[in-house]
Design a protein around this ligand. Structure first.
Ligand code: FAD
Ligand code: UDP
Length: 375
């Protein structure tokens, strides 16, 4: 008989939600995390009374009512709606691409005028694809132009995407840009989902609620005393890097990472919005996040005298850096498949979350996945 039913490696959303559901089912869990804090990438640090998203801006969004009800049963969510603004050479454009963007770009007022403009710009690209005998866009550039035309591609997509991914748009897969909605209505909501918001009091409240009454040890790396941790529980839930679990025996999976430069300013309102993207390639960062706007609205913004901003610099990942975005190209997906085969043979270990499944997961699908497990 072991001391715990589950050892959970990683206190991010996957590990914390798993611990919560397992506890409900009467199981005893121990959660360990190599970082000095709980919460994984949704962790916030309170600076000057503002919850700063330490690992990048996190906006919860879902159309799944069960997931929404579940997170709201742990902590109340506010009415934050993500509406980023793009700054291109000092001029501002609303995102995602909608009638406001088309008005700002071309002065067009009706959906019909906007569609005509886009159709006109697409024509040359579509013609060139036809001539080359191609029916589907082969890369992000072709995909973007055939969705939205050349002006918006040049101003709002090309520079931003090449900074974010460190690769040319012609070398990136088309699917990346399909995440962004294109709308012929005046609607700046970045997401199409039914529910959206930020936990009132920040994400730490969500994590604390999930891990309430559960044994947690931070500052503990599973690999530093592997055999000890492997013997402490009947089963292991592993949410760290899958290639590391198997000693990198087939080679290392690649990631993109982000460097955050944080600044505290002695003003109540730095940019008037939580997210401002800098879409030209000459500006070295991709975007500036002003954290207070996630949780402060109206006069609350002015009543808080200071503000905290983060500039995001996207770079190639190297050992020792935080792995953020999996690079789901053919080479890495093939490598992951080999590790997955080994993982499937591990009867005592459940692999879950963005690092163990090498997948770009939003928060809601992570929770949905755990809610669907049987305990
Ligand atoms: P993580 O949060 O990474 O947790 C894994 C934990 O395991 C970490 O705490 C780590 O320290 C720990 N760990 C790893 N190895 C070991 C080890 N050997 N020993 C002990 N502990 C270990 N999603 C959205 O829905 N909306 C957003 O706006 C959004 N924005 C994002 C912005 C950025 C920059 C990034 C990178 C992601 C964003 N996401 C967003 C996705 C979101 O962060 C993930 O869905 C979620 O955090 C994944 O949770 P997880 O538990 O799988 O992983
Ligand atoms: N994108 C862009 N310009 C912008 C915002 C996004 O070209 O101002 C592109 C970029 O290629 C990005 C993709 O759209 O990778 C998806 O954007 P999203 O905001 O969903 O990216 P995330 O940071 O959440 O991965």
């Amino acid at each position: 008989m072991k001391e715990y039913d589950y050892l959970i490696v990683g206190s991010g959303l996957f590990g914390a939600t798993f611990a919560y559901k397992a506890k409900q089912a009467g199981k005893k869990c121990l959660v360990i995390d190599k970082r000095q804090h709980k919460g994984g990438n949704v962790y916030c640090e309170n600076i000057e009374g503002i919850n700063v998203h330490k690992y990048g801006a996190h906006i919860f969004h879902t159309s799944n009512k069960e997931v929404w009800n579940f997170v709201n049963s742990i902590v109340e969510f506010n009415r934050y709606t993500n509406s980023p603004v793009a700054n291109y050479k000092g001029k501002l454009y609303n995102l995602p691409f909608n009638m406001n963007t088309f008005y700002q770009m071309w002065g067009v007022i009706t959906p019909h005028q906007a569609k005509e403009k886009i159709e006109g710009q697409k024509a040359a690209a579509v013609e060139a694809m036809k001539k080359a005998g191609i029916t589907e866009p082969r890369n992000l550039e072709e995909q973007a132009i055939s969705l939205i035309g050349t002006d918006i591609y040049e101003a709002l997509i090309k520079g931003y995407t090449e900074k974010q991914w460190g690769r040319k748009c012609t070398e990136l897969p088309a699917f990346i840009i399909k995440r962004l909605p294109v709308r012929f209505v005046y609607d700046n909501n970045y997401f199409n989902d039914k529910y959206q918001g930020i936990p009132v009091g920040g994400y730490n409240k969500l994590i604390d609620g999930l891990l309430d009454g559960i044994d947690v040890k931070t500052g503990v790396d599973f690999f530093e005393n592997r055999s000890h941790w492997e013997n402490i529980a009947d089963k292991i839930v592993f949410t760290g890097k899958i290639d590391e679990f198997f000693d990198y025996r087939f080679g290392k999976l690649e990631y993109r990472t982000v460097r955050f430069e944080e600044e505290i300013h002695n003003c109540s309102n730095f940019q008037g919005n939580a997210v401002v993207n800098y879409t030209e390639k000459e500006v070295p960062y991709t975007r500036i996040i002003e954290h207070k706007h996630f949780e402060m609205f109206g006069t609350e913004v002015d009543n808080c005298q200071k503000t905290v901003i983060s500039k995001e610099y996207s770079t190639e990942w190297k050992d020792g850096m935080e792995p953020y975005y999996p690079v789901n190209d053919e080479k890495n997906n093939t490598l992951y498949a080999k590790y997955k085969e080994l993982a499937d043979k591990e009867e005592r270990v459940i692999f879950g979350g963005r690092l163990a499944e090498y997948k770009y997961y939003d928060m809601a699908p992570i929770i949905e996945k755990v809610l669907n497990l049987i305990f």
